[in-house]
Design a protein around this ligand. Structure first.
Ligand SMILES: N[C@@H](CCC(=O)N[C@@H](CS)C(=O)NCC(=O)O)C(=O)O
Length: 134
């Protein structure tokens, strides 16, 4: 795992802050697909970044930054309204018990999001149950 750089940490923070729901994932990760499907099923829009598809080839650095920021190195790594939520299991549980929507609608967390701002990245894809946005 590479050492994190300030630039990568700033990038990760801006990616989290740029979406109400941010999912860091890997395209090959079944837990990521599971979390993404559950979010779609609940009609929750989210911004997805598959770190293994980055043309910048900085996925390992992003993963290291996420570990530093959240103490979690696995993907998916999910953020809701500026709060770190966790992985797939945490996401499924929060969707099931209603705490996901409470977080979404409550006060923003430490990674404070900015609504309706699109942080563009060519390798970033977005998903929504209804439409593609962010
Ligand atoms: N229990 C975890 C499982 C997540 C997990 O094991 N993800 C794998 C990818 S499928 C991972 O991140 N492995 C380490 C890595 O890819 O660097 C969750 O609910 O998210």
């Amino acid at each position: 795992m590479p050492a994190t750089t300030k630039a990568t940490t700033a990038l990760v923070r801006s990616l989290i802050a740029s979406a109400r729901v941010r999912v860091f994932a890997k395209s090959t990760c079944p837990y990521c697909s599971q979390a993404e499907m559950a979010l779609k099923k609940h009609g929750i829009e989210f911004a997805l970044l598959n770190i293994d598809l980055r043309k910048e080839n900085d996925g390992s650095k992003i993963q290291a930054s996420l570990l530093e920021l959240t103490s979690q190195r696995t993907v998916p790594n999910v953020f809701v309204n500026g709060h770190h939520l966790g992985g797939c299991d945490d996401t499924l549980a929060a969707l099931a018990d209603g705490s996901f929507k409470k977080r979404l609608e409550g006060p923003p967390g430490e990674f404070a999001p900015v609504a309706d701002h699109d942080s563009a990245s060519e390798t970033e894809s977005s998903a929504s149950a209804a439409k593609a946005s962010i």
